[in-house]
Every structure is written in structure tokens, then in C-alpha cells.
Design a protein around this ligand. Sequence first.
Ligand code: HEC
Length: 157
Amino acid sequence: MKYISRIALGLTIAGTVFAATAQTPKPPASRVERGHYLVRVAGCNDCHTPNYGPSNGKVDESLWLTGDALGWQGPWGTTYATNLRLLLAGMSEQQWVSHARTMEPRPPMPWFNVRAMTDADLKAIYAFTRSLGPTGASAPAYVPPNAKAEGPVVRFP
Ligand code: HEC
């Protein structure tokens, strides 16, 4: 009896470990590497990483995609590039792929470029961003047109 319950316990533990591993499988290193490449060349850092452009891209990777408090102001109001490290931490890979395919955030976010990506590329961006881990604060909240935005803004006509 004791023996059987030990086997049962063993199976339960093995099952739990298996289930946990199955839920969050580690992506292959090549996928993370591809995501790193895409985030760099597809321009995500340009807006989603603070000081990326002005420093000629010399921002430590630990700060990549942490969002920015620089406002983008135009007829749509004032928008702030989202902290993608926090956003993706709260999504499964599948949720991210469908979000990327359906989202239509305000300008100047080029969501149409993201929508044009292959599933493999979207998953690579997900894998890379998740590999960096969630960090930083949320970007300031969207400010509607004619309301006053705090802090520096880039003004569109
Ligand atoms: C020109 C600046 C700019 C570039 C380049 C850019 N973004 Fe954005 N992004 C923004 C801004 C600003 C917002 C917030 C828009 C809003 O508040 O409606 C945003 C929002 C987002 C969101 C959140 C949308 C939502 O509603 O949940 C995602 C996801 C995102 N960007 C992904 C990306 C990815 C991936 C790339 C690279 C391929 C990228 N962005 C490149 C400016 C940019």
C-alpha cells in the first residue's frame, strides 16, 4: 500500500513537472537570436527603447523595449510607446500572435508593418522580448487631443 502511494506520488510529481515544462517550453536559441535581429532592424527600438535614436543605438539591451515617456503628438492626441517587456510578459505566444494581427494602435505606431510579419517572425520577437524579462515602468497613459500632455513631445502637424 505504502509502495503504491509512493508510485502515485512519484507520478504526480513527474506529471506536474512535465505539465509545467510543457506550458513554458524554452524557445530554441536560434529563435531568440532571430527576434533580437528583427527588433533591431524592424525599428521597434526606435520608439520603444528610451534614447535609442539620439544615442545611435547605444542603449544597453537590458533597457530595450521598456517603453518611453517621449510623447508623439498629432491630431490623434499624444501617444507613448508601450513597454513591450511588460505587455508581452502578460501574454501567451498565441495571444501575442493574434494581438499583433488585429491591433490598430494610434500613430505613429506602424502596426501594419507588424501585421505583415510571418508567424515565425512574430514568435521570434515574442521569444526575444520574453527572454529579456519584464522590467521598467508602464509608459504614460494616452492623452486625448486638446488635453495637455506632460513632458517632452514630438509634434506632428
Ligand atoms: C515610430 C514609432 C514606433 C515604432 C517604430 C514602433 N512602435 Fe510600437 N508603438 C508606438 C506607440 C507610440 C505606441 C502606442 C500607441 C497608442 O497608444 O495607441 C505603440 C504601441 C505598440 C504596441 C501596443 C499596441 C496595443 O494596443 O496593445 C505594440 C505591441 C507595439 N507597439 C509593437 C511594436 C513592434 C513589434 C515594433 C517593431 C516592429 C514597433 N512597435 C515599432 C510607436 C512605435
